[in-house]
Write a protein that binds this ligand. Structure first.
Ligand SMILES: *Cc1c(COP(=O)(O)O)cnc(C)c1O
Length: 453
C-alpha cells in the first residue's frame, strides 16, 4: 500500500497538537515534557487500537488532546491521598490513625517552610537536643522523671531493649507475645534489640512465681506488653506492674512496660492504664505510640526514671530512630493541647461524641443524599486501644443498585477516597469518624456510586 493511503497518517502530529490552545494550557499545568510524553503515548494507543480494529474511526485533534489531558490528570493524582473514614474505627492503622488538630497542623507548617531551632539551644547559642522542648511537657503530663521521643512505638521498644538489655535476658509472659499488626511481633523486636527472650507462664496464666523462677544472673529486664488488639478472657491470671516492680527491685532489674496506646488522662470506665498510672505502679520505663489515644503524629514516647532513660540517650540507635522536625512540631502542639484544652484533640473529640450528635449527622447525610436508613452501630477506638469497649454510634445504611462491593470499590477509587463497611450485603457509613465538614464531599461521592449501573 502506498504510504499516502495509510489512514494512520490522518492522525495529528505531536508538534501540531502542541501548538493548539488546549495543549498550551496543559503545558502550563503539567510542563511541556510531560504533555509531549502524554500525547505520544495517547497517539500510540490510538494507532494500536485502530490497527487491531477496535477503533473504527480515527479521532480528531480535540479528542486526542482530551485523552492526553485525562492521562495527565490521572498521573498527577497523588498516590497518598485524602480519605473519608466512614468505618467507625477512630484509630484505623491502615487509614493513618490519628488526624491532627488544627494547632498541630499549623505548627508543622510553621517549621516545614523555614528554619527552626531543631538542634539549637536558643538560650546558650550552642548545639541543643532535638527533644528538649518536649521533655518538660511530657514530664508535666505524666509525672515522669525523664522523657524521650522517637519515630514510633516499635522504635521506642527497640531502643529501650537495645540500651537496657543487649546481651542479656528479657523475661516476658507467653500471654503477651503479641503481634501488633503488619507482622510486627514482640519476640522479633526483643531479638533485634540483641537480647535473649525468656518466655514464662502459659498463654492464659502467668504468675509472679513464673517470673521469679526464670531470673538468672543474665536477666536485665522484666517486660510487660499491653495485649493491645486482643484479650484473654475466662480462666486467666496476669501479673501486674506493681508485683513486677517489687520483684525487679529485689533483683536489681528494670521493668519496661509497652503500653501501646498513650492514654494520658484516665478515661471514664476504661480498664486501659494511663502512662502516669503505669509509672506510679513502679515501671522504670513506659513506652507508647504518639498517634493512638494521644492523637498526635506517628511517634514513640519513652517515659521513666532518669537512670532508665539516660542509657537510651547515649545509644547509637537513637540517631536512626529520631523524629523529624515536622513530627516534633506536631507532637509538641498536641501535648500542649492535652495540657490546656484536651477537648481540641480530634481523637478525643471523636471518642466523646454523644449518640444524639451522631444521629443528627447521619440524618443530615441522609437528607443530602435522599437515600438510606439511619441505624445504630458499634464503633471502636481501634489501634489496639480499648479493644473490648465498643462505642454506640450511628451509620447510614445504603443498598446500592450495583451491589455493595462494586459501590465500595468505586468509592475507594475517588478523590477523596471513601472507606465504609459492608455488612449483610449493604454499605454502612459510620458517623463516629466522619466530620460535619466532610458530609458534602461524602454525599457527592455516594451520589455518584449510587447512580452507577
Ligand atoms: C501499636 C503498638 C505498638 C507499635 O507502635 P507503633 O507506633 O505502631 O510502632 C507496640 N506495642 C503495642 C502494645 C501497641 O499497641
Amino acid at each position: 500500500m502506498p504510504e499516502g493511503d495509510n489512514p494512520l497518517r490522518q492522525l495529528p502530529q505531536v508538534q501540531r497538537l502542541l501548538e493548539m490552545p488546549a495543549a498550551v494550557s496543559l503545558c502550563d499545568e503539567f510542563g511541556r515534557v510531560s504533555v509531549t510524553t502524554a500525547l505520544r503515548s495517547t497517539l500510540a494507543g490510538l494507532r494500536e487500537q485502530f490497527g487491531s480494529g477496535r477503533l473504527p474511526v480515527l479521532p480528531d485533534a480535540d479528542i486526542v488532546l482530551l485523552a492526553a489531558g485525562e492521562l495527565l490528570a490521572v498521573r498527577a493524582r497523588p498516590g497518598l491521598r485524602r480519605a473519608i473514614n466512614a468505618t467507625g474505627i477512630v484509630l484505623h492503622t491502615n487509614l493513618g490513625r490519628a488526624p491532627l488538630a488544627q494547632e498541630a497542623i499549623a505548627a508543622v507548617a510553621e517549621v516545614a517552610a523555614a528554619y527552626c531551632n531543631l538542634e539549637f539551644d536558643l538560650a546558650s547559642g550552642h548545639r541543643g537536643s532535638r527533644t528538649q522542648a518536649l521533655e518538660p511537657l511530657l514530664r508535666e503530663l505524666t509525672s515522669a522523671e525523664a522523657a524521650l521521643a522517637v519515630n514510633n512505638g516499635a522504635a521506642a521498644i527497640l531502643l529501650a531493649l537495645s540500651a537496657l538489655a543487649e546481651g542479656g535476658e528479657v523475661i516476658v509472659s507467653r500471654g503477651e507475645l503479641v503481634e501488633i499488626g503488619g507482622g510486627f511481633r514482640v519476640p522479633d523486636v526483643i531479638r533485634q534489640g540483641g537480647a535473649r527472650l525468656v518466655e514464662v507462664g502459659s498463654t492464659n496464666k502467668t504468675r509472679l512465681k513464673d517470673y521469679r523462677d526464670a531470673i538468672t544472673p543474665q536477666t536485665r529486664v522484666l517486660l510487660k506488653v499491653h495485649q493491645s488488639n486482643f484479650r484473654t478472657i475466662g480462666f486467666t491470671a496476669e501479673t501486674n506492674i506493681e508485683e513486677l516492680a517489687e520483684l525487679a527491685r529485689e533483683h536489681r532489674l528494670l521493668v519496661v512496660a509497652d503500653l501501646g496506646s498513650g492514654l494520658l488522662h484516665k478515661a471514664r470506665g476504661t480498664t486501659e492504664p494511663s502512662l502516669g498510672e503505669a509509672l506510679a505502679a513502679g515501671a522504670d520505663l513506659v513506652t507508647c505510640s504518639g498517634d493512638k489515644l494521644l492523637g498526635g503524629p506517628q511517634a514513640g514516647l519513652i517515659l521513666g526514671s532518669k537512670a532508665a532513660v539516660d542509657p537510651l540517650r547515649r545509644h547509637p540507635l537513637l540517631r536512626a530512630v529520631r523524629l523529624d522536625k515536622m513530627s516534633l512540631a506536631a507532637l509538641e502542639a498536641t501535648l500542649m493541647l492535652h495540657r490546656d484544652t484536651p477537648e481540641r484533640v480530634p481523637v478525643l473529640r471523636m471518642l466523646g461524641q454523644t449518640e444524639a450528635v451522631l444521629q443528627q449527622r447521619a440524618e443530615r447525610l441522609q437528607a443530602l443524599l435522599g437515600n438510606g436508613t439511619v441505624e445504630p452501630t458499634q464503633a471502636f477506638a481501634g489501634g489496639g486501644s480499648l479493644p473490648e469497649e465498643s462505642i454506640a454510634s450511628r451509620a447510614l445504611a445504603l443498598e446500592p443498585p450495583c451491589g455493595a462491593e462494586a459501590a465500595a470499590a468505586q468509592l475507594r477509587a475517588g478523590l477523596p477516597a471513601v472507606i465504609g463497611r459492608i455488612k449483610d450485603g449493604r454499605l454502612l457509613l459510620d458517623m463516629l469518624t466522619v466530620g460535619d465538614e466532610e458530609l458534602a464531599d461524602l454525599a457527592t461521592a455516594l451520589k455518584a456510586a449510587l447512580s452507577s449501573p
